[in-house]
Design a protein around this ligand. Structure first.
Ligand SMILES: Nc1ncnc2c1ncn2[C@@H]1O[C@H](COP(=O)(O)OP(=O)(O)O)[C@@H](O)[C@H]1O
Ligand code: SF4
Ligand SMILES: [Mg+2]
Length: 352
């Protein structure tokens, strides 16, 4: 406990010495070992070593300033959740470094890993809201226990004030005092997500990774939850990494956006610039498919051919070349780097 108290004091020092970026992610990679297809030839040659690397995240870099919301978008399977989990070391990263509030969480190349105590403390500052509110609440625990667990673990308030703190955070999330004594199965999907948000915010975090927080909810409920998250962000001065496959949702919520394709960021810019002037063919196709607000808005949909290649068999050159209508021979050989094409607008395409 003493250790934790020391860390709280150290953290007060950090708050006074604010850093420019709250989160800095540099060249993050996460490779999984997978036996995607049984390849007899490979099996005879390498035996058990025939497992392939599935490059779920393959060199992702971005920064988030305090109070900002950064969106991470892309089709299912492009590595968004793996990025979020690797940042918090919920899964061990393969390469890269992450700094949070000026402290190194890990730097694989230099073999620096934050020690366990400090990481436990830091997990108070960084919370995770998962996609599925049905799976992320223990069905055998009452709401009071679910919300108070983190409060107790991190000594947020004295033990006499825990119930009040739970009530306060539940009411901020649109639930009532009576809900404290209920079980998760007594709530709807939207209400459960409110409980998940209350649990995350009960420990006064600074940064929240929201992984598709509204994807499992009805459309009518989605906007309520998004508005709640935006209100709470202002109230608690939070910073969000907002992961979603839904470009409409991201546009509504985020200050800037990273578009991911097969484990890499292919375009990064302020939200408004991305939607008014998407420069990567993949972003253009995604944005063209957003339902239009007005029938007179007749911009043509760009339908991408084929499906996303497997992350254990990434195409040579530009990884989007198997689906890109503008590709040429050069694209099949040379991988484009993410370059700043307009101020603050980065794109990985030879033809941008
Ligand atoms: N634990 C795991 N073991 C092996 N492969 C995984 C694991 N988790 C994710 N993957 C693979 O990594 C890729 C990215 O997954 P994920 O990050 O969940 O994508 P997204 O969140 O964008 O839908 C997928 O191809 C997925 O199959
Ligand atoms: S580099 Fe070539 S294949 Fe890749 S997105 Fe640009 S035009 Fe398409
Ligand atoms: Mg996901």
């Amino acid at each position: 406990m003493d250790n934790l108290n020391n860390l709280y004091e150290k953290n007060q020092f950090n708050i006074k010495n604010k850093v420019d970026n709250l989160l800095e992610v540099k060249d993050l990679k996460k490779y999984f070992k997978t036996r995607e297809k049984f390849n007899l030839k490979r099996y005879f040659k390498y035996g058990k070593k025939s497992l392939l690397d599935s490059k779920a995240v393959d060199g992702v870099s971005f920064n988030i300033k305090e109070g900002q919301i950064l969106g991470l978008v892309g089709e299912s399977g492009c590595g968004k959740s793996t990025t979020g989990k690797s940042i918090l070391r919920l899964i061990e990263p393969t390469f890269g470094s992450v700094r949070f509030n000026g402290k190194t969480l890990f730097d694989v190349e230099n073999k620096i890993y934050m020690d366990k105590n400090e990481l436990t403390y830091l997990r108070k500052d960084i919370q995770f809201i998962f996609q599925n509110p049905y799976a992320s609440l223990n069905p055998r625990m009452k709401i009071e226990r679910i919300v108070s667990e983190g409060i107790k673990k991190h000594n947020i308030v004295s033990k006499f004030e825990i119930k009040d703190k739970c009530q306060e955070i539940l009411s901020l999330c649109g639930l009532s005092k009576a809900d404290l004594s209920k079980f998760p199965n007594e709530f709807s999907g939207g209400q459960r997500q409110r409980i998940v948000i209350a649990r995350a915010l009960a420990v006064n975090p600074k940064f929240v990774v929201c992984d598709e927080p509204t994807a499992a909810l009805d459309v009518s409920i989605q906007s309520q939850i998004l508005n709640l998250m935006l209100d709470l962000k202002d109230k608690f001065q939070l910073t969000y990494l907002f992961i979603s496959h839904n470009l409409e949702v991201v546009r509504y919520v985020c200050d800037s956006i990273c578009v991911m394709y097969l484990g890499k960021i292919v375009e990064k810019s302020k939200t408004q610039n991305l939607y008014s002037n998407p420069l990567h063919p993949y972003s253009r196709a995604l944005i063209s498919c957003i339902p239009k607000n007005h029938p007179s808005d007749k911009e043509e949909k760009i339908i991408l051919k084929g499906s996303v290649p497997s992350s254990s068999n990434i195409p040579c050159g530009c990884r989007f070349n198997t689906r890109c209508p503008y590709k040429d021979k050069y694209c099949e050989i040379v991988e484009p780097e993410l370059k700043e094409i307009l101020p603050g607008h980065f794109v990985a395409c030879h033809k941008a």
